[in-house]
Design a protein around this ligand. Sequence first.
Ligand code: T3D
Length: 263
Amino acid sequence: MTYTCIEYTVNAGVAVLTLNRPANLNSFNADMHAEVKDALKAARKDSQVRCLVITGAGRGFCAGQDLSDRNVAPDAQAPDLGASIEKNYNPLMRMLRDLPMPVICAVNGVAAGAGANIALACDLVYAARSASFIQAFCKIGLIPDSGGTWTLPRLVGQARATALAMLGDKISAEQAQQWGMIWQVVEDDALMDTVLEKARFLATQPTQGLALIKRALNASATNTFDQQLDLERDLQRLAGRTQDYREGVAAFMEKRQPEFSGR
Ligand code: T3D
């Protein structure tokens, strides 16, 4: 597939997916949805890819749905936004969360609407100091989608999630970090270097083990303590069968640095 709305590169075990419609703050149209899905599938299939970075081109990260794609003329038929969510946003969010490798979001600028919730669904979120987060949905009569009503209360608690969703206020990167919405704020000009360094490090780590950590933490939001103990048992069984577990223990015993293959 030829990409016109995104860029996708793979280097040293790290795939970088750049949303690339900067004139529209990288908002999503149908083509971008198709391209992002294609790239996520490629990352999943490619055994060389052991960490994925998502970022945006230009001054924004992503402004959510491209509103110029919506016909809201008084005489137009009401659009079926449920169908749009079912076809595009929900599959995208499921693919993102199910990727068996760490996903880092480098939030280079404003992240609004679905753009904010895509960022917050990533495993590690780094944001440029000048970046911001806006649950812009309420300003156009919509509800947070792309998992926002699930992710937000879990990250920041019900009171803050409700205020963010109902007021649609812009939250600075620093505030987002203080509230535990994101992992780290980085100076603007250091964002990509910091994220790529971390991504390259993660790409040398036990990829299957990291994928199992992700599965366990994601499941913990809805599991009981007992269910989670059972899941940990099952996932640890899988982790114990990887080559990287053998290598980790052997390297420790031999007092040397491990060389993880991701298998
Ligand atoms: O429809 C469905 O399928 C349902 C699913 C919905 C998911 C959603 O994401 S709904 C929420 C959609 N997003 C928004 O409501 C955000 C709209 N954008 C904004 O509120 C502001 O642009 C920002 C707060 C994000 C940034 O503000 P600012 O002042 O930094 O930039 P700007 O001047 O508003 O935008 C710059 C350009 O990007 C501008 O174009 P221009 O005038 O230079 O030609 C603006 O129109 C364009 N742009 C920004 N956001 C969108 C957009 N164009 C289309 N769609 C956008 N979402």
